[in-house]
Write a protein that binds this ligand. Structure first.
Ligand code: 6GU
Length: 242
């Protein structure tokens, strides 16, 4: 997967993603991250990339030409037309289903806005997807891109170790994770649930599934509406909730 980010703060992206699992994935060439500085495509001598909004009002608006030139520089070394994702609180809410869908692409381009916005004409011309990472306002799209790249990349084969990747399936059912415990078996008089020490794998699986259901019911009941529930799950929930 190749990610290209059009941004005014390329260092922020590079530094945010060069550690831990994203850093390893880059070293192993499983993902490639290129941050293109929009300012390099400013063509007035002051390297200005924003201007006052037509019609007045507060703040500055990013001009269309530098963004368009930066975009052209990315797609011109080939005849590909990758999806271009514009990060904006007005976009479609990002979720695991979208992460899975994007992870199947070979290449993605992200456009990070700043200031009060981006000239609408360049959005109309190059953007294929508008995405938001939640109902709050960030100062720019950079943190949002990092969130998306992390969520997408961990779904790419071999980015996570095999051991860890099985965990992905949990959200597939739209349920929250069951609680986890490690040594010591007793912490401040608090014992790890007996079933986990029993060595009885079938019972452990049943207990974990039930814990996932209980948690989801209490913490995110909205998820249960779209959850992938078996007949046994429904029976358990009916009984538990009454
Ligand atoms: Cl994707 N961008 C910005 N600038 N703010 C946001 C956002 C994105 N998602 C939530 N707030």
């Amino acid at each position: 997967m190749k990610y290209t980010i059009l941004t005014l703060f390329p260092d922020m992206i590079k530094q945010g993603l060069n550690t831990s699992i994203m850093g390893k994935a880059q070293e192993k060439k499983l993902i490639q991250i290129e941050a293109v500085n929009i300012r390099d495509y400013a063509y007035n001598k002051h390297k200005q990339v924003d201007d006052y909004p037509y019609g007045g009002g507060a703040g500055m608006v990013m001009q269309p030409e530098p963004i368009y030139e930066a975009y052209k520089s990315v797609i011109e070394d080939g005849n590909k037309t990758p999806r271009v994702i514009y990060l904006t609180p007005q976009g479609k809410p990002f979720n695991q289903t979208m992460a899975r869908e994007f992870s199947k692409e070979e290449e993605l381009i992200f456009l990070c806005g700043h200031y009060e916005g981006v000239d609408e004409r360049v959005i109309d011309r190059i953007v294929t997807d508008e995405v938001s990472i939640g109902d709050y306002i960030l100062t720019g799209g950079e943190l949002a891109v990092m969130v998306m790249i992390d969520a997408i990349s961990r779904l790419i084969p071999d980015v996570l170790s095999n051991e860890t990747s099985a965990e992905i399936e949990t959200f597939d059912d739209n349920l929250l994770e069951y609680p986890q415990y490690t040594r010591p078996a007793v912490f401040m008089d608090d014992r790890v649930p007996d079933v986990l020490l029993s060595g009885h794998h079938k019972n452990i699986d049943v207990w974990r599934r039930q814990q996932s259901l209980i948690r989801t019911y209490h913490k995110r009941p909205d998820l249960l509406e779209t959850a992938n529930l078996t007949e046994a799950d429904r029976k358990f929930l009916d009984k538990y909730c009454k």
